[in-house]
Unconditional design. Sequence first.
Length: 102
Amino acid sequence: MRLSVKKVCSMTAVMDIPDELYQKVTDRVALLGRRVPEVTAELYERWLGDSTTGGAPISSQPSGEQWLEDWFCSADEAIAHAAAGQSARDLLLQDRNRLEKL
């Protein structure tokens, strides 16, 4: 997949990234109500640690709000791929209820 990033008064970049990765990126930005080019530029700024935008190096800890949003997205992704049927919590509750009926 080719990704083209364009911003007024800036350079356009074209890069090759795997289709599967691009699909994950587009899914995530859609959940956040954002666009791929703006997220890409933000990540570059954070990676560079650009002090003019308030960015931080990419290796630094994310904000609590960003960490929570990432965690919820990861949970949603995990649940989307979970097997059908009863959850472990449901099975535990059934087992507990079995003991109370004796």
